[in-house]
Design a protein around this ligand. Structure first.
Ligand SMILES: [Zn+2]
Length: 163
């Protein structure tokens, strides 16, 4: 994805208020992010373990989603699959819940998805981050196809939040 600045990221969120976007934690090492290898930029708030954020380029525009992880990161020994990058982890996948954009969100509607706890989906897909114990599920897809699938799954998730 195209490198983003702090202000571009804060302006991209579709399911929080402008005030929340202004106050939210955004990583300070944006210049050091491996942008060319990212399909989405995801991070957790170090001060608030139940908060996570995800920004992806959707239809050519940076689009951000605020997520809540009600149970915090899951480090259970259970194997689970990230619904975005389809990586199987032993632990390391959290149920994340995004308030829907606009009125629906203010009425308490949300969209949930199991997502890698560290939101490093782009790096897992490319084999750039170690999965830890356990094995990668054998897949017949090429790297290109896995990257396309991650982008499609991310776009579908963001569309559900925006709808
Ligand atoms: Zn993932």
């Amino acid at each position: 994805m195209k490198p983003l600045t702090d202000s571009e990221i804060r302006a991209a969120f579709l399911n929080c208020t402008k005030g929340e976007a202004k106050r939210m934690y955004v990583p300070r090492d944006l210049a050091e992010q491996p942008w060319e290898e990212l399909d989405l930029l995801g991070w957790r708030d170090p001060q608030a373990p139940d908060r996570a954020h995800l920004v992806a380029e959707i239809g050519g525009r940076p689009t951000g989603v605020v997520l809540r992880c009600p149970s915090g990161p899951s480090w259970s020994a259970r194997r689970s699959i990230c619904s975005l990058c389809i990586t199987t982890h032993t632990g390391g996948v959290s149920l994340m819940v995004a308030p829907r954009a606009g009125l629906a969100g203010r009425q308490g509607n949300s969209v949930g998805a199991y997502i890698c706890s560290d939101l490093a989906c782009s790096l897992y897909v490319r084999g750039r981050r170690d999965l830890g114990p356990g094995t990668r599920m054998p897949e017949s897809l090429t790297l290109e196809e896995r990257i396309d699938r991650l982008a499609a799954n991310t776009a579908a998730f963001v569309a559900k939040v925006a709808a």
